[in-house]
Structure formats: structure tokens, C-alpha cells
Write a protein that binds this ligand. Structure first.
Ligand code: HEB
Length: 692
């Protein structure tokens, strides 16, 4: 057996708590092709002078460009919308979306209706992008442009977390829709404007709700449910939702100068998707003739200044719907509330509301916050600055992935689920390993138990938003410990308790990973057919509770093949890696405790020994669908009443891109063990962003 503790795969020399120098590169390591990895130089991003970019952005905001004139001489509103639409695609269901990756530059996001004219906003930023080159990614630039816009118009900001890594194309947004990929993973079958979970939008092609009202009907109260679910999917509660909508609409205006539209869009006209069709002459389609959403007007009388006027306006006027110049339903004030006679209607301001804005008056909770923010600017300052930072940063994962320095980089926020520091001096892992090896000898089932515990602990990791993973060992707490998929693991934790107690500086997270790793290595050695070289890298730490991990609960999919492919993608695994991990040893008793009739292994092989038997059994049998006594969908082998597979196993056989690897592993045990070792090490360390 190899000395598993010798060296972290990414250890910094001699460090007590080894770190991952690639921690900010993780998306590239896990997801993107080697070509883009080579192009991305993290040290450049780390060297970015954020204050210099901010100074340039502040100047930029008020320097008018002929190519796309600014409303009221300020690009602030446009930049805030740019950043919000970049980040607002985030959905907590699978961690997809968000501005990390800056995929708004590519299809499909580029062509979403609500991103109309944002091509102009990005073009305006090109000189700043070019000035800073690789040090400034598009993702960081877009978020910093929105954040600096807010600051430059007088609103408080919490700060900026840098370190976004640009994707090379829009592939990672395909599942956000509207695309065939999204229809496969998360179909929107309803025709009522309310797509089901997890779609981040309630109307396809929008990141939020239809501004004109549900299905385009201007009935404010009908928008309430859509707003709540749409912002809920971004991880926002009611107060954050109201602060964001009214804080955002404190700035800028809507654009719908005439009813003829913005142009054909990127799918039909990639080089100039939205030429603008309103007006004529040199200002055709631009400035006062801009058509974006087809609504026209601003929410406040001072749209380049930070105020809580939006909330005061909502509450202070009677509003009536009408069709604006762009041909869409919008709302205008008809009288002042609380005034009578001529005073009620004299000098009404030239402002507007969308049906989605009017909805904030139609729900008791939304109304409560609307009233608070209308009376208390300080309360709005706090709520808006925090909610904006969360909106921009939610997809960046743990705090340690943020580059930058205080004061621009704020301290860890609750949504970042910051872990305590690891122990200064780590336990003697070789000694721990020996104790685990002792436990393996006491019961042949322990090998499968320990590997399953480590796998269940680590497999919550999502490469999409860097959430989850075993660091923190949150699997010990609700909600994770109560998930049906984790049934029986409390018993496994109990088995390990004596070892935990023996080493005061040993974290549960390190113990769980080390126990699984030791077990897997031992099981391969016991099989006698080969060995796996597994590296262990200590330095994990334990969370105090399981807060914030509810979003990591196993997702349900339309069928097992979709689940197989999508789970692998979300975890950042290739099909080859995912298939190797499926061949991990599996205890029949544990399968039974999960509600299945049995497992694929009828003997010690596969239960306590690790070789490629799984693939032989999977490929050499005919699997017939059935149900276990407790009602679980499973498959039984034709002609062998003792052999069972789960739907996720049979999906491998039935999905060509996965089955090919299974075939290769079935033929070549050494190849399989090597692949398993690589995939195991990757999953166990995928969440390590905790280095120096
Ligand atoms: Fe907003 C704008 C809608 C939310 C910020 N928005 C806008 C518009 C619309 C809308 C339609 C117009 C466009 C044009 O240009 O035409 N929103 C909306 C909705 C919602 C929202 C529906 C949900 C409910 N926003 C929001 C948020 C934010 C915002 C959250 C932030 C925070 N917006 C905004 C701005 C603007 C807008 C800033 C302006 C732009 C300019 O100025 O350009």
C-alpha cells in the first residue's frame, strides 16, 4: 500500500494547512477545456488594481459616447441592468447561472428578450476591458461596472468580490433555456407563464417575470407569485426582493419610444441584432428613440440619484394603466393620495410603473417592506447594499474564492457559509489511518460503509457555484443527515467516533474523507487484482451546523438518464469519471437499508473488495424494471433473482456516452482502478478553496 498521507496533490510546501493554489481556477480545472485553462492566468487576475478600474468606470459613466448616447448623461442605469441581468440568471436549484463566466456574451443568454441592447452596454466597456487585459475578466468587469454605477449615483455599496473566470462559450447556460437542453433537464410544460422549478424565470427567455404582468395581462396581483418564486430561485427572501426591485428602479428608465420594436435579435442578425427601428435620421433607434423593452419612462423624477422615491411614488399616487408609446401596458399616476381637489391632480410627475412594480402593493409582505423603505432610507440602504452584493456574489462559492482586499472586499457574508479556520496543527494522519485500518478489520462491511460516507459527504459539491462538498462535514447535521439518500450514515459516523475522540485536532471532515480513502485503497488491495494510489490532503474543518445546505438536496429529474448526465455536469465530472465512481464498492445491506431489494454483488467481491466486477455484472445481464417491497424503482437481473441494480446504474448501460466507458472498465481492471482513483481524488478535493 502506498503512503496515502505523503503529499497533498496540491500542497504548498511545508504548510500546516495545505492550500490549493488553483483554488480560484477551480471552474477551469473542473469544467472547461484545457485550451481555455491555458489561456487563463490567475496571477494576472489576482494582480488587478480594482481601485484603478473603479476610477476609470466613474469617469466612463458620465463620458458620453456617440455610438450609444447615455440617458440624462449617465450610463449608470444601463450598467446596473447589465450586471443584474448577468447575475440574475443564477438559480439555487443546481447552482447554474450567475455572472461568473460572463456567458451573457454568448448564446443562448445573449438572445434572451430581456437582454435586448445589452450588447451596446458591453461594447461601451470594451476600452476598459482592453486596458486591463487578462487581469480584468468580463465577469468581474460587468459586476464592477454595475456596482460602481450604484456607488457613483450616491447609493451605498457593500463591496466587490473579484475572481470571476470567463467561460469560452455559452454552453454552461444551455440548461437555463430556452433550449432543447433545458427542455431535457427541466421542461417547462405549462402554458400559463409559470415555468416549474428550477427554471429561474417564470416566462421563458426572461430572467425574471413578465414586466407587463402574467401572460402580458396588466393585473398586478397576478404577478406576486411569479416574483416570489423567481427571486426565491435566486436565493432572495421578501425583504431582499423588494429592496432589489425598488433600489434598482431608483435608477434609469425603460425604453419604448415607438411600437415598431428593437430589431430582429441575435438569432436572425448576429452582427447587429438590435439596430433600433424608432425615429429617423442620425438618432434613429438611439437616445430618445431607443426601443428596448417597449415600455417608456422612469420610476422617479431623479433617475441618476439614489433615493427611496420609488417606494414613496408607489404609495403616494393613485395609478392607472395605459398603453405607452411602445404599445405595452404600463402605469401612470392619476392623482396624489391623501390630497383633494385640484391639489390631487396638479403637476403630476412624469413617472411610470410596470405591472411587476405595482405588484409590490398587492402582497402583505411586499407592502410591508415597501412602506418601511418609503419611510426609512437607512433601512433601504442596508437592505439594498447587502442584497445587491449577494445578487452579484451568490454564484462565487466560499468566501475564500473572492480575490481582492478590504475595504473593497467585504468580510464573509452569511450566504457564503464561511467555515471556521482549520486547526493550526493537523492530526497525525498516518496514525489516524492505522486506526481506520483497524476498524476495517473488525467488519468486512466497513469498507463499503466508509467509502459511502465519504462519497455522500463529498458528492454534494457543485462546480456550477462551488457550493457543497465534504469540507465542514455538514452531513452530520440537518437537513443533510435526514435526506433519504443518507439513511444509515449516522451509524457509520458512530463507528468512527472513537477515532475522532482520540485525536483532538482531527476534524470530522478530514476523518470522513480519510476513512473513505483508506477503505477504498484497502478494498482494492484486498481484491488482489491491483492497487489504487490515493492521495489524501488534510486541513478540512467542521461547520457548527448544516445551515444553507438545503439547496444541495439531490435533485429529482424526469428520468435516470437525464439525472446521470446532469448530476455529472453539475459536479464537474466527465462521463468517464462519473462511470468510474459508479463502480465503487457497494454493500448489499446498505442498499437494503435504502429500500432496495438488494445489490449487484452476490459475494464479497464488490461488497468489501474493489475491482471492476460491477461493470461486468452491469453489461453481462439483462435488467428488467421492478419495484422493491418499499416501492423503490429498481432493476432485477433476468434469470438471477439475487442481483439488483438502481435506475442510475442501468442508465449508464443505456446512455451511449457513458456505456462506452463501462465497456472499457469491464475489460481492463487496471484502467478502471486508475480512473477511479483519479475521480475519487478529484471529488474529495473539489471543495478545497481554503489555501493560503
Ligand atoms: Fe428592472 C429597467 C423590468 C427587477 C434594475 N427593468 C427595467 C426595464 C424593465 C425592467 C422592463 C426596462 C428595460 C429597458 O431599457 O427598456 N426589473 C424588471 C422586472 C423586474 C426587475 C420585471 C423584477 C420584478 N430591475 C430589477 C432589479 C434591478 C433592476 C432587481 C436591480 C437591482 N431595471 C433596473 C435598472 C433599469 C431597469 C437599473 C434601467 C436600465 C436603464 O436605465 O437603461
Amino acid at each position: 500500500m502506498h503512503a496515502a498521507v505523503a503529499k497533498c496533490p496540491y500542497a504548498t510546501a511545508g504548510a500546516a494547512s495545505p492550500g490549493n493554489p488553483h483554488r480560484h481556477l477551480s471552474r477551469s480545472l473542473l469544467q472547461v477545456s484545457a485550451a481555455s485553462l491555458a489561456k487563463f492566468d490567475q496571477s494576472k487576475v489576482a494582480s488587478l488594481d480594482v481601485n484603478a478600474v473603479k476610477a476609470d468606470l466613474k469617469k466612463f459613466m458620465v463620458t458620453e459616447q456617440a455610438s450609444w448616447p447615455a440617458d440624462l448623461g449617465h450610463y449608470g442605469g444601463l450598467m446596473i441592468r447589465l450586471a443584474w441581468h448577468c447575475a440574475g440568471s443564477y438559480r439555487s436549484w443546481d447552482g447554474r447561472g450567475g455572472c461568473d463566466g460572463a456567458r451573457q456574451r454568448f448564446l443562448p443568454e445573449m438572445a434572451w428578450d430581456d437582454n435586448t441592447n445589452l450588447d451596446k452596454a458591453r461594447k461601451l466597456l470594451v476600452p476598459i476591458k482592453e486596458k486591463y487585459g487578462d487581469a480584468l475578466t468580463w465577469g468581474d468587469l460587468i459586476v464592477l461596472a454595475g456596482t460602481t454605477a450604484i456607488e457613483s449615483m450616491g447609493a451605498p455599496v457593500l463591496g466587490f468580490c473579484a475572481g470571476r473566470i470567463d467561460d469560452v462559450d455559452g454552453t454552461a447556460s444551455l440548461e437555463l433555456g430556452p433550449t432543447p437542453e433545458q427542455q431535457a433537464v427541466a421542461p417547462c410544460t405549462r402554458g400559463d407563464g409559470m415555468c416549474e422549478q428550477p427554471l429561474g424565470q417564470t416566462t421563458m427567455g426572461l430572467i425574471y417575470v413578465n414586466p407587463e404582468g402574467l401572460m402580458g395581462n396588466p393585473v398586478p396581483k397576478n404577478s406576486v407569485a411569479g416574483i416570489r418564486s423567481s427571486f426565491g430561485r435566486m436565493g432572495m427572501n421578501d425583504s431582499e426582493t423588494v429592496a432589489l426591485i425598488g433600489g434598482g428602479h431608483a435608477f434609469g428608465k425603460t425604453h419604448g419610444a415607438c411600437p415598431t420594436g428593437a430589431g430582429p435579435g441575435p438569432l436572425k442578425s448576429p452582427s447587429n441584432p438590435w439596430p433600433g427601428t424608432c425615429g429617423s435620421g442620425p438618432m434613429k433607434g438611439r437616445g430618445p428613440n431607443t426601443f428596448t423593452s417597449g415600455f417608456e419612462g422612469s420610476w422617479t423624477t431623479r433617475p441618476t440619484e439614489w433615493t427611496n422615491q420609488y417606494f414613496r411614488n408607489l404609495l403616494g399616487f393613485e395609478w392607472v394603466k395605459h398603453k405607452g408609446p411602445g404599445g405595452h401596458w404600463q402605469w401612470k399616476p392619476t392623482s396624489r393620495k391623501g390630497a383633494s381637489g385640484a391639489a390631487a391632480t396638479a403637476d403630476l410627475p412624469n413617472i411610470m410603473m410596470l405591472t411587476a412594480d405595482m405588484a409590490l402593493l398587492e402582497d402583505p409582505e411586499y407592502l410591508k417592506y415597501t412602506k418601511i423603505f418609503s419611510q426609512d432610507l437607512e433601512a433601504l440602504n442596508t437592505a439594498f447594499s447587502h442584497a445587491w452584493y449577494k445578487l452579484m456574489t451568490r454564484d462565487m462559492g466560499p468566501y475564500s474564492r473572492c480575490l481582492g482586499k478590504a475595504p473593497m472586499l467585504p468580510p464573509p457574508q452569511p450566504f457564503q457559509l464561511q467555515l471556521p479556520a482549520p486547526p493550526a496543527k493537523l492530526a497525525d494522519f498516518n496514525a489516524v489511518k492505522a486506526d481506520v485500518a483497524g476498524l476495517l478489520k473488525t467488519d468486512t462491511e466497513n469498507a463499503a460503509k466508509f467509502t459511502r460516507l465519504a462519497w455522500q459527504c463529498a458528492n454534494t459539491f457543485r462546480a456550477t457555484d462551488y457550493a457543497g462538498g465534504c469540507n465542514g462535514a455538514r452531513i452530520r447535521f440537518s437537513p443533510q443527515k435526514d435526506w433519504p439518500s443518507n439513511k444509515g450514515l449516522d451509524q457509520v459516523l458512530k463507528l468512527l467516533e472513537p477515532v475522532k475522540k482520540k485525536y483532538p485536532s482531527l476534524s470530522w471532515a478530514d476523518l470522513i474523507v480519510l476513512a473513505g480513502t483508506t477503505a477504498l485503497q484497502q478494498a482494492a488491495a484486498d481484491a488482489g487484482s491491483g492497487s489504487v494510489d490515493l492521495k489524501f490532503c488534510g486541513g478540512r474543518t467542521d461547520a457548527a451546523d448544516g445551515k444553507g445546505t438545503d439547496v444541495l438536496e439531490p435533485r429529482s429529474y424526469v428520468n435516470a438518464s437525464v439525472a446521470l448526465a446532469d448530476n455529472a455536469k453539475v459536479m464537474g465530472l466527465t462521463p468517464r469519471e462519473a462511470v468510474a465512481l459508479a463502480g465503487m464498492l457497494r454493500s448489499t445491506a446498505q442498499q437494503q437499508s435504502l429500500g432496495y431489494s438488494g445489490s449487484w454483488a452476490s459475494s464479497a467481491a464488490g461488497q468489501s473488495r474493489q475491482d471492476n466486477s460491477y461493470f461486468k455484472v452491469l453489461l453481462n445481464n439483462i435488467w428488467e424494471p421492478s419495484k422493491s417491497a418499499s416501492g423503490k424503482d429498481e432493476f432485477k437481473a433476468k434469470g438471477n433473482a439475487k442481483l439488483f441494480m438502481m435506475p442510475s446504474d442501468v442508465a449508464i448501460k443505456r446512455s451511449p456516452a457513458f456505456a462506452a466507458h463501462a465497456g472499457e472498465y469491464a475489460k481492463d481492471n487496471a484502467k478502471f482502478l486508475q480512473a477511479l482513483a483519479g475521480a475519487w481524488t478529484k471529488v474529495m478535493n473539489a471543495d478545497r478553496f481554503d489555501g493560503p
